[in-house]
Design a protein around this ligand. Structure first.
Ligand code: HEM
Length: 480
């Protein structure tokens, strides 16, 4: 079965392209597939360093991919979806057809539109509410009695991120319900695992095994839906009543549910208006927004507190946070924008600890597609760049294997001191050399919201808690 899968998936790869991880050995294709599955980041980097820099290999998720040189990054990032499609790759990677279902929601524009139009507009204006959740969550997890406690970094901060994001997604009451909050990260994990399992089988077998593979997905989404459906049903009733009679005694909360219900009043299909479909949209919003943000926070904490001179780094970060908070009195948008060192420490963490190894993965949707160097790429193939290769390339970064928390803020602080024009390279600035949020047409639209929350959580941790530095990391980052 594995041999059949390896040979059919590689049938479309242009002849002569080296297959990373494939060696001259018995059962070479199957063993190359296994290598791609267990060490895809290392393979991406290895391929990036080969002259010519073209290769195809089996990723853990989703079939072979042609990894193109980073110089083609801006070109890929600007090509529209009818030629190079981003979502097709994401959906196939996670096998959304089976793991999530609901093509009518996935193909619909409502979530993307509301993120770009409402969430981005509101980001920064709800920080008072968000701080309330951060403080309360950290206090309940770490305690406020001055005693040392041993806590799991991921377990605790996932809860804080889930609660904080949910404050804006679903409002004050539900964001404090930990059964609901944890169902988001449990669902994300279950979808990922079932996606991996499905990719182990050839396409024709997936329908048969999908029901079993996705049982945990249904359980966790079911928990979220149990809480979301009554809330959204009631919100629709209240919003309709208020629209009909402005004296109706109810105040409209500012959250994603309100924006979504308001938008649904302008639409007419069942899947854009029914309580079930609107609720499931929040399940998917959580999927895209919560675990990604948790990983960024957790990696930043691990990278900062295990850096070589962690004690000095923490003093410098704390000093900045104290000064800015004293000046502004609260974590407003303007105040957060002044946390240059913290912003840099998080951006640098996302550079060295980026997830997945690749970026700008795109499915070719047309016949006769040719890369700028003349290589003809068949329809339905996947192309992309090696994110780790780029992030660890000396051409783009000085001493790239070192975690240097102030790499991005140093030039900025020097610029501020000499009053030259500002160097604009902060956490939300994407480029083809810094890809955690991707770049170009499909750059993550939720990054402004995510960055706002990540910075506030880290700032509050620095100001209110002592964390003993973790074991110091090796001078160089781990080999990938
Ligand atoms: C630190 C947290 C996050 C990271 C690292 C992250 C990363 C990414 C990446 C790499 C992409 C893929 C773009 C591509 O295909 O090239 C993406 C897309 C997307 N993200 Fe995020 N994301 C984060 C948080 C969020 C949040 C909080 C939301 C929603 C509130 C969100 C919503 C989306 C959406 C809707 C897309 C699809 C955009 C499109 O295809 O045009 N993300 N994100």
């Amino acid at each position: 079965m594995a041999s059949f899968k390896a040979s059919t998936e590689h049938a479309w790869v242009p002849v002569g392209l080296p297959w990373m991880g494939k060696r001259d050995e018995f059962l070479a294709s199957i063993r190359a597939n296994v290598r791609g599955f267990v060490k895809s980041s290392a393979l991406y980097t290895e391929g990036y360093r080969k002259p010519g820099k073209y290769m195809s290999y089996r990723r853990g998720h989703g079939g072979p991919q042609i990894v193109v040189p980073p110089s083609m990054g801006p070109w890929i990032a600007a090509i529209p979806d009818d030629v190079l499609n981003a979502k097709d790759c994401t959906y196939d990677n996670v096998q959304f057809k089976y793991t999530v279902g609901h093509p009518e929601i996935l193909a619909n524009d409502m979530i993307d539109l509301l993120i770009k139009r409402e969430l981005t507009r509101t980001t920064g204006t709800m920080n008072v509410e968000i701080i309330e959740e951060i403080d309360d969550s950290l206090e309940s997890l770490f305690g406020a009695d001055g005693q040392w406690r041993k806590v799991g970094v991921f377990d605790t901060l996932t809860r804080t991120v889930g609660r904080v994001s949910s404050r804006v997604f679903v409002g004050k009451e539900l964001c404090r319900n930990m059964e609901y909050v944890m169902s988001a990260s449990d669902f994300a994990r279950a979808v990922s695992v079932s996606g991996y399992i499905l990719h182990l089988f050839p396409k024709f077998m997936r329908p048969a095994i999908s029901w079993f593979a996705t049982m945990p997905n249904r359980r966790h989404s079911g928990i979220a839906m149990k809480h979301l459906q009554p809330l959204i049903a009631q919100r629709i009733i209240d919003m309709r009543a208020k629209a009909a009679d402005p004296t109706y005694p109810w105040e409209e909360p500012e959250d994603f549910i309100t924006w979504m219900v308001r938008e649904s009043f302008k639409r007419d299909t069942d899947h854009e208006t029914s309580v079930y479909h609107l609720s499931y949209r929040i399940v998917l919003l959580n999927f895209g927004g919560i675990t990604t943000t948790s990983i960024m926070v957790v990696n930043a904490v691990l990278d900062i507190w295990s850096s070589h001179n962690a004690a000095d780094v923490i003093v410098a970060l704390r000093e900045e946070a104290e000064l800015v908070l004293k000046e502004h009195g609260e974590w407003s948008k303007a105040a957060l924008a002044k946390l240059h060192r913290l912003d840099s420490a998080i951006r640098e963490s996302a550079r060295v600890s980026a997830i997945g190894g690749n970026a700008l993965a795109r499915r070719v949707k047309v016949d006769d597609f040719t890369l700028p160097n003349g290589l003809a790429v068949p329809k339905n193939s996947t192309i992309g760049v090696s994110m780790d290769g780029i992030h660890f390339d000396e051409e783009h970064y000085d001493r790239p294997t070192i975690y240097d928390p102030f790499r991005f803020s140093r030039p900025r602080e020097e610029t501020l001191a000499s009053e030259k024009p500002r160097v604009n390279e902060d956490l939300v600035t994407t480029s083809v050399h810094w890809l955690p949020f991707s770049h170009g047409l499909h750059a993550c639209p939720g990054r402004f919201f995510a960055a706002n929350n990540v910075k506030m959580i880290l700032a509050q941790l620095l100001l209110d808690y002592e964390i003993q530095p973790f074991a110091t990391r090796p001078p160089e980052c781990r080999h990938r």
